[in-house]
Each structure stands twice: as structure tokens, then as C-alpha cells.
Design a protein around this ligand. Structure first.
Ligand SMILES: [Fe+2]
Ligand SMILES: [Fe+2]
Length: 216
């Protein structure tokens, strides 16, 4: 395991526990689509990618834990959660005397957001971006997109449109072979779902009901 800013794994783990305690309160009011559980899944995916690729595990896991801390703030104020999150991460790292990590962590957080269209400049930033996109795919991605749609009063057609405008494209944006492979598997699941639901929408309407009655 490669650590850039910690000399021992024990010190790194202690810092992770302290960060986890600090971030929990940021997610109390957060909706399920961007909950603390999403953050933890992204941290786990980031860790496994970092170990496989040989990236700095400390940067990757800390950036992942902090990447969505401003989600609630974005909901309340409309400010960009990647920009706000980088500012909040800076404050947290200063309080924890981890100032030396700030540029690497903030850079990864700033560039993680899909809709900002920024290219992460470091391997660690790319890992975070891939892990975050992976959590939008597969079974958990399906749960999240439906939850997000309900939270934002979207109808079924609008939710389906989100599959085509964003989710089904993510597999092509992965930075590493292993994340690409995982994304392809997860996208296949989403494609089966969205094509199935499209078929149901096309065939299920009032006129087809009447037609079926006529044919009897
Ligand atoms: Fe985010
Ligand atoms: Fe996220």
C-alpha cells in the first residue's frame, strides 16, 4: 500500500476515523441518492482501484470521504458542491494538521463532478472520478437514480431520459481498464432495465387497453 503523507498505516487509519467522525453530521439531512453510504461506497471502490493501480491510497481514500461533504449545502444554497466541498475539505485538513495534503485532496474534489466537465489532473483524481461514476451504475445506480428522480419530482420519462443523457455514457469515460470493465458490467444491467421499461411504456397505454378489448 502506497501512502504519500503518512509514515505508518496506523496514523493513516487514525486520521480516517477522525475524518469519518467529522463528516457524519454533514450527511444527516442528505437525501439517499447522495448519502453517507454513497460516500463510503465511493471510498471502498477508490481504495480497491488505488491498490490495483498503485496510486497513493491516503490521497484517494481521504478525497473520497470528503468529495460530497457539501451536497447538503448545494441543496440549500445552490452553490457547486465540488467547489464548496474543496473549501470545507481545506478547513478540515487544516484543523487536523494535514495542511500538506490540501492541494492533492482539493484538486481531486474539485474535478470529481461529472457536470463540471473538468479533467482530473492526477491519478488519484481520476480514481475518485471513476469510483463516483461507478456508484451511479449497476443495481445501486438504479436505486439512486430512481430515488433522485423522486426527490426532485421527476416523472418516469424524465428519469429515463437521464439514463440516455448521462448514465449509459459513463462507461466510455472511465480512466482505467478495471473501472471500465466494472462500468461495462454495471451498464449492461442498466441497459436491460431501461430497455425493458421502455417496452412497457410503449405497449401500455389506454388505447392499447381498448384495442385488447376490441380483439376479444
Ligand atoms: Fe459529487
Ligand atoms: Fe459522489
Amino acid at each position: 500500500m502506497i501512502l504519500k503523507y503518512f509514515t505508518t498505516k496506523e496514523d493513516f487509519v487514525k486520521s480516517l476515523v477522525a475524518i469519518y467522525k467529522l463528516i457524519q453530521e454533514q450527511f444527516v439531512q442528505c437525501p439517499s441518492s447522495h448519502s453517507l453510504e454513497h460516500t463510503i461506497r465511493v471510498a471502498e471502490l477508490s481504495l480497491s482501484l488505488a491498490l490495483e493501480i498503485g496510486a497513493n491510497v491516503d490521497i484517494v481514500v481521504i478525497a473520497a470521504l470528503l468529495h460530497d461533504i457539501a451536497r447538503e449545502k448545494e441543496k440549500l444554497t445552490g452553490s457547486c458542491h465540488a467547489e464548496e466541498g474543496a473549501k470545507m475539505a481545506k478547513d478540515i485538513l487544516e484543523k487536523m494538521h494535514l495542511t500538506v495534503m490540501i492541494p492533492d485532496i482539493c484538486d481531486a474534489i474539485l474535478s470529481h463532478r461529472f457536470s463540471k466537465n473538468l479533467t482530473p489532473s492526477s491519478i488519484e483524481g481520476k480514481i475518485l472520478r471513476d469510483a463516483d461514476m461507478l456508484d451511479a451504475l449497476g443495481t445501486i445506480g438504479l436505486y439512486r437514480v430512481i430515488h433522485y428522480g423522486i426527490e426532485h419530482n421527476k416523472n418516469l420519462n424524465e428519469i429515463i431520459e437521464h439514463f440516455y443523457s448521462k448514465l449509459l455514457k459513463l462507461e466510455h469515460l472511465m480512466h482505467f481498464e478495471s473501472s471500465k470493465k466494472m462500468a461495462q458490467e454495471r451498464t449492461l444491467f442498466l441497459r436491460i432495465f431501461v430497455e425493458g421499461i421502455n417496452d412497457s411504456l410503449i405497449t401500455s397505454d389506454f388505447h392499447s387497453l381498448l384495442k385488447q378489448l376490441e380483439d376479444r
